[in-house]
Ligand binder design. Structure first.
Ligand SMILES: Nc1ncnc2c1ncn2[C@@H]1O[C@H](COP(=O)(O)OP(=O)(O)OP(=O)(O)O)[C@@H](O)[C@H]1O
Ligand SMILES: CC(=O)N[C@H]1[C@@H]2OC[C@@H](O2)[C@@H](O)[C@@H]1O[C@H](C)C(=O)O
Length: 390
C-alpha cells in the first residue's frame, strides 16, 4: 500500500512529506521510501505560527484561521509529493498527518503551578478534513491526544517506528533526532519493545536557529560553520546546564515553551558582551552536552553492556560541528548519521507517522508506554474516511 506521512516540526522550516510503500503491521512492518520532500513553509505562515505559539500570543480568530491555513498547506504538500512520484493522491491507502504543534504542556503539575486555569494538554493544528476532501483520501491525524488521555506525555512518538526499523539483536543503539528539540530513543540489544525508552534531551537546533536569526539574519547555522568559528564559554555553558530539565528523570518532553525565542532573548540579554560566533558555539555545545549527559545519566546505566551506536537523524545531522562535538564527547561510541546507514535523516519523522497511521487503520497501538509514560498501549489518532464514495 502507498501512504504519505506528514510532519511539520518545531523548526518550522517546512512540511516533511514521505511517500512510502508500507506492508504488514507491528514488528513485521516493512517500509520503503518512494519519494521525500520538505514542502516549504511560507514566511508569513511561519510568522503566524510563531505568534500563535508565543505565550498569550494567539487569539481565537488567529488559531481558527491557522487551523484552516495549515490544512490547505498540508493538502498542497500531499499533492506535491504525489506529483513528484507520479502517484494519484486518491490511490493512497492513507495520509498520516501530525499537524503543527502550537502548544505542548504535558505536565499537569507544571501547568498548574502558575495559574490553575491552565490544564495540561497538547494542540496540533492543520485541518485534516481539508486534506481528505481535496484528495478524497483517508486521513489519520491527532496522534498525541490518546497517549495523553492514557496518562502519557503525548511524546515522543517516534520510538515505535524506531523499534520496528532499527532494533538490533546484537547492538545497544540510541537513535538521536536533532530537530527543533533533541530526543533520543534507546533500543537495547535484543529488540524487546518493553525495554525501549525515549525522552527529549532538550534543545536541538531551536536555540541555535533563533540566535542565528537574531545575530546573523540567517535561518540556521549551515553545516555548523558559525559555531566552528566561535569559542565555547564554559562558565555560561555550565549555567545553562543547571536548568532542572536536564537533571529531571525521564519520561520528559519539552518544546518551544522552554527553549524557544524567550530562552534566547533572556540569554542574549544576560550575555550582551559575548561575540556573536561564541553565542552560537556555546548554544551548539549546549545541544551536544545535553545529549551526552542524558546518555551518561539516563541511558548507559539501564543498558546491559556499553552503548554501541548513536545514530543521528533530523536536520541537526547536517551540522558538522554539532556532530563532531557529540562524537568527541563520546569516545568508544560509534556516532554516525542515519544517511551513513542508508536511511534518510530528513525523512525519519514523516516516515514514523506513516508507520503509526498504518497501525491505526488496522486498530493496532503505536505508543510506547515506556517512552511516553502512558499507563497502557493505545491506538493513536483519529481517522477521517475518504469523503466521496465515487
Ligand atoms: N545544512 C544544515 N546545516 C545545519 N543545520 C541544518 C541544516 N539543514 C537543516 N538544519 C537544521 O535542522 C533544522 C530542521 O530540522 P528538522 O526538520 O529535523 O526539525 P523539525 O522536524 O522541524 O523539528 P522537531 O523534530 O523538533 O519537531 C533546521 O531548522 C536547521 O536548524
Ligand atoms: C509535541 C511535539 O510536537 N513534540 C515533538 C517535538 O519535536 C521533537 C520532539 O519535540 C518530540 O517530542 C516530538 O516529535 C517527535 C516526532 C515525536 O513525537 O517523537
Amino acid at each position: 500500500m502507498l501512504a504519505v506521512g506528514l510532519m511539520s516540526g518545531t523548526s518550522l522550516d517546512g512540511v516533511d512529506c514521505a511517500l512510502v510503500e508500507i506492508e504488514g503491521v507491528d514488528r513485521q512492518t516493512t517500509v520503503a521510501l518512494r519519494e521525500f520532500m520538505t514542502y516549504p513553509m511560507p514566511t508569513a505562515t511561519k510568522a503566524r505560527i510563531l505568534e500563535a505559539c508565543a505565550p498569550g500570543g494567539g487569539d481565537s480568530r488567529l488559531l481558527c484561521s491557522l487551523h484552516a491555513e495549515l490544512g490547505h498547506l498540508f493538502s498542497r504538500a500531499v499533492g506535491a509529493v504525489c506529483a513528484a512520484a507520479g502517484v494519484k493522491p486518491s490511490s493512497l491507502g492513507f495520509v498520516a498527518s501530525h499537524g503543527q504543534t502550537i502548544w505542548h504542556e504535558p505536565d499537569a503539575s507544571r501547568a498548574y503551578e502558575d495559574d490553575e486555569r491552565y490544564h495540561a494538554g497538547t494542540l496540533q493544528l492543520g485541518d485534516a478534513a481539508r486534506i481528505a476532501w481535496d484528495h478524497n483520501v483517508r486521513v489519520v491525524y491527532d496522534f498525541r491526544a490518546m497517549d495523553m488521555a492514557a496518562g502519557g506525555q503525548g511524546a515522543p512518538l517516534v520510538p515505535f517506528s524506531e523499534t520496528v526499523l532499527y532494533g538490533s539483536r546484537a547492538l545497544n543503539r540510541v537513535l538521536l533526532n536533532v530537530g527543533g528539540i533533541g530526543n533520543v530513543t534507546v533500543l537495547p540489544k535484543g529488540c524487546n519493545e518493553d525495554g525501549v525508552f525515549a525522552f527529549d534531551t532538550g534543545p536541538g537546533n531551536m536555540a541555535v536557529d533563533e540566535a542565528c536569526r537574531r545575530l546573523f539574519g540567517v535561518e540556521y547555522d549551515d553545516g555548523g560553520c558559525i559555531a566552528a568559528r566561535g569559542r565555547v564559554n564554559e562558565q555560561v555553558l555550565a549555567d545553562l546546564m543547571s536548568n532542572e530539565f536536564f537533571s529531571a528523570d525521564p519520561p520528559k518532553s519539552t518544546g518551544r515553551e522552554m527553549f524557544g525565542a524567550q530562552f534566547v532573548e533572556d540569554f542574549l540579554r544576560a550575555h550582551a558582551d559575548m561575540a556573536a560566533e561564541d553565542v552560537v558555539a556555546t548554544l551548539t555545545e549546549l545541544t551536544a552536552l545535553s545529549v551526552v549527559r542524558a546518555c551518561e545519566q539516563f541511558v548507559v546505566p539501564r543498558l546491559d553492556g556499553a552503548l554501541d551506536e548513536l545514530i543521528v537523524g533530523g536536520g541537526g545531522a547536517h551540522n558538522a560541528t554539532l556532530m563532531a562535538r557529540i562524537a568527541q564527547r563520546m569516545p568508544g561510541v560509534r556516532v554516525c548519521t542515519q544517511d551513513e546507514l542508508g536511511y534518510s535523516s530528513d525523512a525519519k519523522e514523516a516516515i514514523a507517522f506513516a508507520v503509526m497511521g498504518n497501525q491505526t487503520i488496522v486498530g493496532r497501538s503505536s505508543n510506547v508506554p515506556s517512552a511516553t509514560g502512558a499507563s497502557a498501549r493505545a491506538i493513536l489518532g483519529s481517522i477521517i474516511n475518504p469523503p466521496r464514495s465515487e
